[in-house]
Design a protein around this ligand. Structure first.
Ligand code: 4YB
Length: 452
C-alpha cells in the first residue's frame, strides 16, 4: 500500500463515513477526523510551526494528544512525544541537542529555553504535501546508561513496520485496536501506524480499569504485566487478539490467556525498529518467532543483528542524524539471542550479564525460572557487590501479597545452578513501578543498593 495523501485523507476519500476513531465517548468518521486535523494543523501553522521543525508533544495518551500528533504530522513537523514524568532536569540536558522549536504540553509548561509554547487551537485548514520520506517522529530510547537517544523515523519506516505486523495479524476495517500503550513509546506508535495503514478503528480512552477500556475493542498491545493483571479479573474479557512484547513473555502467561479465549501474539520489538521485528502466534514455546516481512535477523557472537525497512534513519544529535548501522550494514541490538532455524529466542541483554565467583549470570535466565512460580508475577535479578564473589545475585519480585518470599529459595533449588540462586529476596516497591512501560533495571539497582 502506498498513500498519495496523508493516510487519514486517503481513507476519508475512500470511505469517509466509516468510523475511524473512538475518542472517549465520541466517535469520529474518517471525514470528521480530517476536518479536525485540518483545523488543528491550521492553528499550529498560525502559531509558527513550519515543515521540518522539531515539536515536543508532552502528554499521556488522550484524545487531544492523538489529534495534535496527527495535526503536527500534517504540518510536516518532526514530533517528539514525551513522557510527562520525565524530570525537567533531564529535559534541560536533552532537548537542546534535539533541535526543538515548539512544545505542546498538557499540564505544566516546559521550562527549557528557546522553545515556544503551543496551544491546541483551530485555524484555517492547513497541510503540507504528504511526503513519506519526511522525518515524522523522534522517539527516546531507554538506554541502561547515559542520556536517552532520539531515534528518528520517517512515515515510510513506520508504515513499513505496520505492514510487517499486518501481514501476519488480521486487523482490518471492522476491527478496533485500543491505544493501550503510550504514544511516547514505539509500542503506542506501532498501534497508530497500523490503524492508519489498515484504515481500521482505533480507540483512545482512559485505561483504568483496563477491562473497561477494552469493551468493544478487538485488538490491544500489552506488556506481559498488563495481561497478568487483566487475567486476575473475574469479569468476562472483551479482548480477542493481543500483541505482547517489550519484555520476556512467559509461556504460562499466554497459556492462561488462551484458556480465557484471548489469542496471543508474541512479539519482539525495539524503539529503533519502530516496534515489532519478530512475531508469532503463541504456541507454548518461548521463542518470538520469525522476522516479519521487511526485516532480517541474524545472530553474531550471541548478539541479535537486524536489517529492516522500519529501521530509524538515525539518532538525532544537534541537527545531524547519526546512522545506526555498523560497518556491515546491520543494527547490532545488544540483545543476546539464539536462532533455531529462523525462529529467534531472546536470552537477555548482553549488558545485563554479570559475574559471580567467575561464573556468568544472565539475569533474565534466572528470572524466567522464578516467574514460573504460581505466586510470582514479575521477577528481577540484580547484582550486588560482594567482597568474596565480586557480585552476587539478589532477586526482586512482585508476588501475591500473602506469599512468603523465603519459600522461593527452596523452590528454586535444582531449577537453577547454585551460583544463580539469589542470596536475598525483596518485594518490588511501588516507587519503581511508576513511569514508563518498563521497570528500569538501573533504577532497581540503585534501590537495591539503598535498601540491601
Ligand atoms: C524483549 C522482548 C521480548 C522486547 N522478549 N525481550 O508493538 C509491539 O511490538 C509491542 C507490543 C506490546 C508491547 C510492546 C511492544 C513493543 O513495540 C516493544 C518495543 C520495545 O520494548 N522497545 S524498547 O526500545 O523499549 O526496548 C527494546 C528491548 O526490549 C529489546 O532490545 C529487548 O531487550 C526487550 N524486548 N521484546 C525479551 N519479546
Amino acid at each position: 500500500m502506498s498513500f498519495q495523501d496523508f493516510p487519514w485523507q486517503h481513507w476519508a476519500h475512500l470511505r469517509g463515513n466509516q468510523s475511524a476513531l473512538i475518542l472517549g465517548d465520541d466517535s469520529l468518521t474518517w471525514r470528521e477526523l480530517c476536518q479536525r486535523i485540518d483545523m488543528l494543523a491550521g492553528g499550529f501553522q498560525q502559531q509558527g510551526v513550519r515543515e521540518g521543525q522539531g515539536v515536543v508533544l508532552r502528554s499521556k495518551n488522550s484524545p487531544e494528544m492523538v489529534l495534535a500528533f496527527l495535526a503536527l504530522l500534517q504540518c510536516g513537523a518532526r514530533v517528539l512525544p514525551l513522557n510527562p514524568q520525565l524530570p525537567d532536569a533531564l529535559l534541560e540536558q536533552l532537548l537542546p541537542d534535539l533541535t526543538i522549536s515548539h512544545a505542546l504540553t498538557f499540564g505544566a509548561p516546559l521550562s527549557v529555553a528557546n522553545i515556544n509554547s503551543l496551544t491546541l487551537e483551530e485555524g484555517e485548514r492547513f497541510q503540507v504535501a504528504w511526503q513519506p520520506s519526511r522525518f515524522a517522529s523522534m522517539t527516546l530510547t531507554s538506554g541502561s546508561t547515559g542520556l536517552p537517544k532520539a531515534a528518528v523515523h520517517t512515515a515510510q519506516a513506520h508504515l513499513a513496520s505496520a505492514a510487517g505486523v499486518l501481514a501476519v495479524m488480521n486487523y482490518d476495517t471492522n476491527d478496533s485496536w485500543l491505544l493501550s500503550l503510550p504514544l511516547f513509546h514505539v509500542s503506542g506508535q506501532g498501534i497508530l501506524w497500523r490503524w492508519l495503514l489498515a484504515g481500521g478503528g482505533m480507540v483512545v480512552r482512559d485505561l483504568h480499569p483496563l477491562n473497561d477500556a477494552l469493551q468493544g475493542c478487538t485488538h490491544a498491545s500489552l506488556v506481559p504485566t498488563q495481561l497478568w493483571r487483566l487475567l486476575e479479573q473475574s469479569q468476562p474479557l472483551a479482548l480477542r487478539e493481543v500483541l505482547l512484547g517489550g519484555a520476556a513473555i512467559p509461556v504460562e502467561l499466554t497459556q492462561a490467556a488462551q484458556a480465557k479465549g484471548i489469542h496471543c501474539w508474541c512479539g519482539y520489538g525495539l524503539t529503533e525498529l519502530a516496534s515489532t521485528v519478530c512475531a508469532k502466534r503463541a504456541d507454548g514455546l518461548p521463542d518470538v518467532g520469525e522476522a516479519l516481512s521487511g526485516r532480517e535477523v541474524k545472530v553474531v557472537n550471541d548478539e541479535v543483528w537486524i536489517r529492516a525497512t522500519s529501521l530509524a534513519s538515525g539518532y538525532w544529535k544537534a541537527g545531524n542524524v547519526a546512522p545506526l548501522v555498523n560497518a556491515e550494514g546491520w543494527f547490532a541490538t545488544r540483545d543476546r539471542g539464539v536462532l533455531n532455524g529462523n525462529r529467534l529466542t531472546i536470552i537477555g541483554r548482553l549488558d545485563n550479564l554479570f559475574f559471580s565467583g567467575g561464573e556468568g549470570i544472565q539475569p533474565e535466565e534466572v528470572e524466567s525460572v522464578i516467574a514460573k512460580h504460581p505466586a510470582v508475577k514479575l521477577a528481577f535479578v540484580v547484582p550486588v557487590d560482594d567482597a568474596e564473589f565480586g557480585q552476587r545475585p539478589m532477586a526482586v519480585v512482585e508476588a501475591d501479597d500473602d506469599f512468603d518470599l523465603s519459600l522461593l529459595t527452596e523452590w528454586l533449588q535444582g531449577k537453577v545452578a547454585r551460583f544463580q540462586q539469589p542470596v536475598r529476596w525483596l518485594r518490588l516497591p511501588d516507587e519503581i513501578k511508576q513511569g514508563g512501560i518498563k521497570i528500569s533495571r538501573a533504577q532497581l539497582k540503585l534501590w537495591v543498593e539503598r535498601v540491601a
